[in-house]
Design a protein around this ligand. Structure first.
Ligand code: LMR
Length: 397
């Protein structure tokens, strides 16, 4: 029976992990999967996370189930981290929240919730979007369309084109937005753009669906969510999928949350039962560990400050790698304007080189990036900047 199924090509992002690992070249550079790395190429466990883990190990006295919603303190902490403790939506108890297995789990439960509405909805994603958005959402059975987003000329957002597509949408449309640090392009909406999106959502009735996986890795924990907070205060309903993979470095622990903003607290209680029921039917309950650690960090002032400082240092390091790379590229007089590298935000940049050039970077120089030419800026370090800039010059000639 199983021999009717053929082998599939490797995942466009996760496949890079094995390719890189198997490359014997000592000069190899991994700019593939989006994980933070330090100067030595290591993905460290944040000190605040280590302390929380120690505390958790010393105090956890049972492994019994914790209930269908997940670690309550974690979900509550993430609600305030994203929406702010002053959020009127939070004060009015209009959010249903569920701990999910990472941002992916949150996106998938959200997609299943949309399917339950039996409303012939369409999910609109940015062109381009994170490679896994489409399989995660479409395999729940939802049709996907794209709205214009990235402007290859400027390396920024073509907001005019995006806006004119959103203006044609209506209440049966769900618009997936990246809360900050757009993956894969690093091109973010400005606050003015967010305001316009909010205006259009109210006017046309489409539902914003925000995926936020990099809060704190762009301009700061609060700055990165200004647009999302504005949107939440203006629209009646929206969906937010969050991840603690990057900003808490909890990748393998799969700690995420799904937040569903509803029109009133009664509906929030109903949606809470729906999302728990969806999770129960797929995987029953989320792994709790990552949520416990985040809860410990967010509810302890000293630990929280330590975490924020570490996160700020990570974001600052990525920013300095951006300027470092641009400097090296400019010093080589490459005949292409790469100045967008320093205006894009978060861990990713789209280099804007073609597939053949990406393949040459990989095959001739052992520099690994996604086929789209997305690089994980955090994979750079001060030792490899010259090597990467030299290789870029060669493939751009
Ligand atoms: C990425 O975009 O590289 C990360 O979010 C890892 C993943 O799961 O794709």
């Amino acid at each position: 029976m199983f021999d009717r199924l053929n082998a599939l090509p490797a995942d466009p992002l996760l496949g890079l992990i094995t390719m890189f690992r198997d490359d014997p070249n000592p000069s190899k550079v991994d700019l593939g999967v989006g994980v933070y790395r330090d100067e030595t190429g290591h993905t460290p466990i944040m000190t605040a996370v280590q302390k929380a883990a120690k505390h958790h190990m010393e105090t956890e006295d049972s492994k019994t189930y914790i209930g269908p919603g997940g670690v309550v303190g974690f979900v509550e902490g993430i609600k305030s981290l994203v929406l702010g403790s002053e959020s009127s939506v939070l004060k009015d108890n209009r959010i249903a929240g569920l701990q999910c297995p990472g941002g992916c789990g949150s996106l998938r439960v959200a997609a299943e919730l949309l399917v339950r509405l039996k409303d012939e909805l369409t999910v609109w994603v940015s062109d381009p979007t994170w490679a896994n958005h489409i399989p995660l959402i479409s395999s729940a059975g939802l049709p996907i369309k794209t709205y214009p987003y990235f402007d290859a000329e400027t390396g920024g957002v073509n907001f005019e084109a995006m806006e004119s597509q959103l203006a044609k949408l209506g209440p049966k449309d769900i618009v997936l937005l990246h809360g900050c640090c757009h993956n894969p392009t690093g091109a973010d909406l400005s606050f003015e753009n967010w305001k316009r999106v909010a205006e259009l959502a109210v006017e046309k009735g489409f539902i914003p669906f925000v995926d936020i996986a990099y809060q704190g890795l762009g301009d700061g924990l609060v700055e990165d969510v200004e647009g999302v907070r504005y949107l939440s205060e203006r629209v009646e309903e929206m969906i937010i999928a969050t991840s603690c993979s990057k900003n808490f470095g909890l990748y393998r622990e799969r700690a995420g949350t799904l937040l569903v903003q509803t029109k009133d607290s009664e509906n929030a209680r109903a949606i809470q039962t729906q999302i728990q029921d969806i999770a129960r039917a797929i995987y029953s309950m989320s792994p709790a560990y990552g949520g416990f650690l985040v809860d410990i960090i967010l509810s302890d002032n000293a630990l929280r400050t330590e975490w924020e400082n570490e996160l700020n240092a990570m974001a600052a390091r990525v920013k300095s790698l951006r300027s470092g790379l641009l400097e090296k590229i400019q010093a080589r007089g490459i005949d292409k304007d790469f100045s967008f590298i320093t205006t894009q935000k978060g861990m990713f940049s789209y280099l804007g080189i073609n597939k053949e050039q990406v393949a040459r970077m990989r095959n001739e120089f052992s520099i690994y990036m996604a086929d789209s030419s997305r690089i994980n800026v955090a994979g750079l370090n001060t030792h490899c900047l010259d090597y990467v800039a030299d290789a870029l010059k060669k493939v751009c000639e």
